[in-house]
Ligand binder design. Structure first.
Ligand SMILES: C[C@@H](O)[C@H](NC(=O)OP(=O)(O)OC[C@H]1O[C@@H](n2cnc3c(N)ncnc32)[C@H](O)[C@@H]1O)C(=O)O
Ligand SMILES: Nc1ncnc2c1ncn2[C@@H]1O[C@H](COP(=O)(O)OP(=O)(O)OP(=O)(O)O)[C@@H](O)[C@H]1O
Ligand SMILES: [Fe+2]
Length: 563
């Protein structure tokens, strides 16, 4: 970045009326915030907007005063080079007030306007303070929960919540219990005295959902289960899910850096789990300090400086706010020269052991065999860990065989030990699909998924790493035709599969594969088309119709606090 840029940042997407000044020469960030606290219930959009109306001018004035005093500019010169503001996502009425304030300031100070995506700012502040190159980012905030990774000029969404944001889910539970907003810190405090009780645990590849676990938690409360036990178990399961999908994203992208963003990131238990998961797999973990995790204008100013430096400013007439602004809509103009993730290659006969997200896989291609052990994850509660490893090992064995009976190539199973969470399977394929992506192979995957769905079950985690391609024969150097004859597209890793007759689950299965294409392919669009073509040959059109719904669903709807 250029040597000395000073930016005024303004944030006001939901509850935090906040202004900040970032100085790139010293890396100092001054933040002034004024929080909206609802009298009862959750965040009311209209009340929140009134709060922005009152508080934004005050916090901006304090930030500008700080800039004038600290940097000693002549009185007739603007104390900052640009005004950056949160354009979205967030509550419409709040965003509009912040947008109006930012435009007015940019005109009064005669400096350019920079429009920042709030979720990308949650990510970038972590990358900035960690000094990581190309991390995977877990954003765990009130209205959102998703995994982002940089690829081809955008932050791609590798996985996300299928219903509410993680903070909102927790806050809904505390409202049910009668605790005041925000609920997250109260759950954290109550959890200290809790013991583990069983609650649902739902991940689908790198996607996840909170609705089942939240209604079970409310039900438990109504059934007089001690509230501290529910709080403890909510944290174990919800944060366990987030940690698991973060690990899967590291495994899929080959990255060894993880950053955390968002208000829920202030939770000690979540940070502990993520740090432990990263330590166990030899990755680096970074969480910014709490003032940068919860909503704050500091992160808006810091990303604003990078965007301003890249010439990424907005004309007033193009500066409309967007309550549904998705992180993958943002052209990443400020890091074009940096390397992107170089994903490590999967098993191709050279190595003897591979670490997946869940398991250690010992490879013996010469004997045509692999041994897969689901390791104990020390970040998880032992009871949950035990349950997941056993259940998934049993399911993987059962569904791997069932799929083959439906005509889908899968490894032949030679041994299962659920207690040890160990499987012995046929060595299949030559490469992971991720490393040898072609439209024809992806079309095969489409056909295979359709066959599973017709038989009434889903794979649960179809990614480009859970498909093996090419000939497994170690001496497959024969004629091209012979190799072609042996070429198969083989599905592996059925541990997240389950029986279901819901069209929604089938559509999700395709969506999960789709997201892994977006996360691993240079030019995903033709491959995504091939996936649908293959599916259409064998499967039902209504599943593809539902897939369009799943994709079109705006998941960035902020909680309005009313139930
Ligand atoms: C779009 C934007 O307005 C929205 N902002 C937002 O959700 O505020 P944020 O500050 O990132 O997160 C607030 C959430 O963070 C939770 N939270 C705060 N402290 C917590 C803690 N110690 N443990 C768990 N959750 C906590 C709160 O309960 C609340 O749900 C977002 O980033 O999604
Ligand atoms: N039967 C097999 N034949 C050949 N290679 C295999 C086989 N099973 C697994 N592998 C290799 O090991 C890697 C990890 O295996 P697998 O996906 O089953 O583990 P995992 O820990 O569940 O992974 P993840 O959850 O990250 O998808 C695969 O991507 C593949 O490279
Ligand atoms: Fe936020």
């Amino acid at each position: 970045m250029s040597s000395d840029i000073r930016i005024l940042g303004i944030e006001g997407t939901a509850w935090a009326a906040s202004a900040a000044v970032y100085d790139s020469a010293t890396d100092d960030v001054f933040i002034e915030s004024d929080a909206y606290q609802p009298d009862s219930g959750g965040i009311h959009p209209r009340e929140a907007a009134e709060h922005m109306h009152d508080a934004i001018p005050r916090v901006v004035e304090t930030a500008l005063e700080h800039a004038r005093e600290t940097y000693d500019e002549p009185a007739d010169e603007a104390p900052v080079d640009a005004v950056a503001f949160s354009r979205g996502p967030g509550l419409g009425p709040c965003l509009r007030i912040v947008g109006t304030a930012a435009r007015a300031l940019s005109q009064a100070l005669e400096v350019p306007l920079v429009g920042v995506n709030h979720m990308v700012a949650h990510l970038e502040i972590g990358r900035h303070t960690a000094d990581f190159d190309s991390p995977v980012c877990l954003n765990a905030s009130g209205a959102n929960a998703h995994l982002l990774a940089y690829r081809n000029g955008r932050y791609r969404v590798l996985g996300e919540t299928m219903d509410t944001g993680v903070g909102n889910a927790i806050d809904k539970f505390t409202r049910h219990v009668g605790w005041s907003h925000p609920g997250g810190p109260k759950v954290e405090a109550a959890a200290e005295d809790g013991e583990y009780v069983d609650l649902p645990y739902v991940v689908k590849g790198m996607d996840f959902s909170f609705s089942g676990i939240m209604s079970a938690a409310k039900q438990r409360y109504d059934d007089d289960v001690p509230v501290e036990d529910i709080c403890f178990s909510l944290q174990e399961n919800i944060f366990g899910m987030l940690t698991e999908v973060a690990e899967r994203a590291l495994s899929l992208t080959g990255s060894d850096e993880l950053v955390l963003g968002g208000g829920v990131g202030q939770n000690e238990r979540l940070r502990e789990m993520l740090a432990e998961m990263c330590a166990q797999r030899g990755a680096e973990f970074h969480a910014p300090e709490p003032r940068f995790l919860r909503d704050n204008a500091g992160m808006i100013a810091v990303l604003g400086a990078k965007m301003y430096d890249a010439g990424d400013t907005l004309a007033i007439e193009e500066s409309r706010v967007d309550p549904n602004y998705r992180p993958d809509q943002v052209p990443v103009t400020w890091r074009s020269d940096e390397p992107e993730l170089a994903a490590g290659r999967g098993a191709d006969g050279g190595e003897t052991q591979v670490r997946g997200a869940e398991a250690l896989v010992d490879l013996e291609p010469a004997r045509g065999r692999v041994t897969k052990r689901r390791e104990s994850k020390t970040y998880r509660h032992p009871q949950l860990d035990d349950r997941l490893r056993r259940e998934r090992t049993t399911l993987e064995a059962r569904l791997t065989s069932l799929a083959r009976r439906e005509g889908v190539p899968t490894p032949v199973l030679s041994d299962v030990d659920p207690r040890e969470a160990r499987l012995e399977l046929e060595y299949v394929g030559k490469w992971d699909l991720r490393d040898e992506l072609t439209a024809e192979r992806v079309r095969d995957v489409g056909r295979h998924l359709a066959r599973l769905h017709r038989a009434g079950f889903v794979h649960g985690d179809p990614t480009t790493r859970n498909v093996r391609v090419g000939s497994a024969d170690p001496d497959a150097s024969g004629t091209e035709r012979a190799a072609e004859a042996r070429e198969r597209t083989v599905l592996i890793d059925f541990g997240l599969g389950y029986h279901t007759d819901h069209v929604e689950d089938y559509a999700m299965d395709i969506h999960v594969f789709d997201q892994s294409l977006v996360g691993t392919a240079d030019d995903p669009d033709p491959l995504r088309e091939a996936l649908r073509e293959g599916y259409r040959e064998v499967g039902e059109e209504r599943v593809l119709e539902r897939l369009r719904d799943v994709e079109g669903r705006g998941r960035y709807v902020s909680d309005d606090g009313q139930e």
